[in-house]
Design a protein around this ligand. Structure first.
Ligand SMILES: C[S@@+](CC[C@H](N)C(=O)[O-])C[C@H]1O[C@@H](n2cnc3c(N)ncnc32)[C@H](O)[C@@H]1O
Length: 247
């Protein structure tokens, strides 16, 4: 993609709210039992790719790591391979955390209230991870301050999420439950806005990854009889990941 086009995409849009049907806590409590069993979920597949590329760029051995919106701990086997000295998961959904606990009974997890400023506690971290969660957070201004306050001077932040451009075009995070499609409230936080907020706290972008809806992923839509959705989003970014560091 041309630099000018990329710049326009990153800088050209303002944040706006998109109303879904369910608040995160309620929706993920419902989704928790089946969340890990989604072999044909394109978002999860693209997220795994982006997460893995970015995670390799962090030296996590002996680090203290926080995972915000850890959910069922889908990424924990990979994170633990990097030998952090401790790993704490934070989430608004008690049921997602309960699923995590069945897989990692010793895990250190904290149930948080999504409507209050996030308190990461007394502990300070070297690395903060957050996958597929940022767009569920209404107030990123407040969250960025709270996240970065809990990080040591020299530290890293790895974020992946549903791309704000896909959300701005009407993309929704949905799942099937009892024959109903349930969608979850999302907020559009543009990449440029996030970079500005983290930049104000001394964090600079090390790497940015984006994955697009293209021929390579068409089979996901075919399998779900969703070719009209494929054509609506074709050539549009679907997932992004960013790695930020403070030196
Ligand atoms: C799509 S899931 C991602 C879970 C996990 N990170 C993954 O990649 O599989 C989003 C998670 O964010 C959590 N969540 C939603 N709003 C949140 C908030 N304000 N603070 C922390 N977690 C939140 C949800 O409960 C859910 O577990």
């Amino acid at each position: 993609m041309l630099i000018a086009q990329l710049k326009q995409r990153l800088l050209g849009k303002t944040a706006s709210k998109q109303q879904g049907d369910f608040a995160s806590e309620t929706a993920y409590d419902i989704w928790a039992g089946s969340y890990d069993a989604q072999p044909d979920n394109l978002m999860l597949a693209l997220d795994e790719e982006v997460f893995s590329v970015l995670l390799k760029q962090i030296n996590m051995e002996g680090s203290s790591v926080a995972d915000i919106g850890c959910g069922t701990g889908r990424h924990w086997p990979e994170i633990l391979k990097h030998k952090p000295c401790n790993l704490t998961g934070f989430d608004v959904s008690a049921k997602m955390l309960a699923e995590l606990k069945t897989k990692f009974p010793e895990a250190d997890v904290v149930k948080i209230d999504g409507y209050r400023p996030l308190q990461l506690g007394e502990k300070v971290y070297d690395v903060l991870l957050s996958t597929l969660t940022v767009a569920h957070i209404a107030n990123m201004e407040r969250s960025v301050k709270s996240w970065t306050n809990s990080l040591k001077g020299k530290s890293s932040i790895l974020i992946t999420d549903f791309h704000p451009e896909a959300l701005a075009r009407g993309g929704k995070r949905t799942f099937e439950h009892d024959g109903h499609s349930i969608s979850i409230i999302n907020y559009v936080h543009t990449i440029s806005k996030l970079l500005k907020l983290f930049g104000e706290q001394g964090f600079a972008l090390e790497a940015l990854e984006e994955r697009f809806v293209d021929e390579q992923v068409k089979h996901y839509y075919e399998k779900k009889n969703a070719l009209p959705v494929y054509h609506k989003f074709k050539n549009q970014p679907m997932i992004y990941g960013m790695l930020l560091t403070r030196k």
